[in-house]
Design a binder for this molecule. Structure first.
Ligand code: PNS
Length: 180
């Protein structure tokens, strides 16, 4: 009976995903434990200058979930609640990594509820090991020569290499290599 209630349930997981991280993947996995389908919805925001174009982000995320029919990938613009309503989702999933995320997320959730009370926001916590992982830090660390392989799917790391070329190695490491 409970199962029948959940059948066909769809949750939207919105964000910038520039790029998607293992923290996001962790939230998707948790979402799939509660809902039949999770739709990753990438915001098209002309005001932001992303590293990966919207099309590239769609490709990356599709490539991260090959053949998984429970994970859908889409783009949206305009109000998130309007998008959720249009695709028949009654739930928005957002990940909360730390208390610092909470204030803004709480504000957004309440605004979204005011805009459309039929859509519920569900906050999910990723594994602690991802609590410090963000798309912004991944890009910065990669660019400066840090290892990100445990923080993003392999496909993202490959795309980062294509985008930035070989990461900048710290000066001392370069000097050590030359001396050796
Ligand atoms: O990954 P991000 O950048 O934290 O995601 C933010 C996102 C896309 C969830 C948020 O900016 C959003 O929902 N934008 C759509 C416009 C909208 O509905 N604004 C009102 C929200 S209160």
């Amino acid at each position: 009976m409970r199962r029948r209630h959940r059948e066909g349930s769809l949750a939207v997981f919105p964000g910038s995903f520039d790029p998607i991280t293992n923290g996001h993947l962790d939230i998707v996995a948790r979402g799939l434990a509660l809902f039949d389908r999770v739709r990753i919805a990438i915001l098209v925001n002309p005001e932001k200058k992303p590293l990966f174009s919207v099309q590239e982000r769609v490709e990356i995320i599709r490539g991260t979930y090959p053949g998984n029919r429970r994970v859908e990938v889409d783009t949206f613009s305009g109000l998130l609640v309007d998008y959720a309503e249009k695709v028949g989702a009654s739930v928005i999933i957002r990940g909360i990594r730390a208390i610092s995320d909470f204030e803004f997320e709480f504000q957004m959730a309440l605004m979204n509820r005011r805009l459309n009370p039929r859509i519920e926001t569900v906050f999910m916590m990723p594994a602690e090991s991802y609590s410090y992982v963000s798309s912004r830090l991944v890009k910065e660390v990669f660019q400066l020569g840090g290892r990100v392989s445990d923080l993003v799917p392999e496909l993202v790391e490959r795309r980062l290499f294509e985008k930035y070329g070989a990461p900048v190695r710290p000066v001392r490491a370069r000097m050590r290599r030359r001396a050796g």
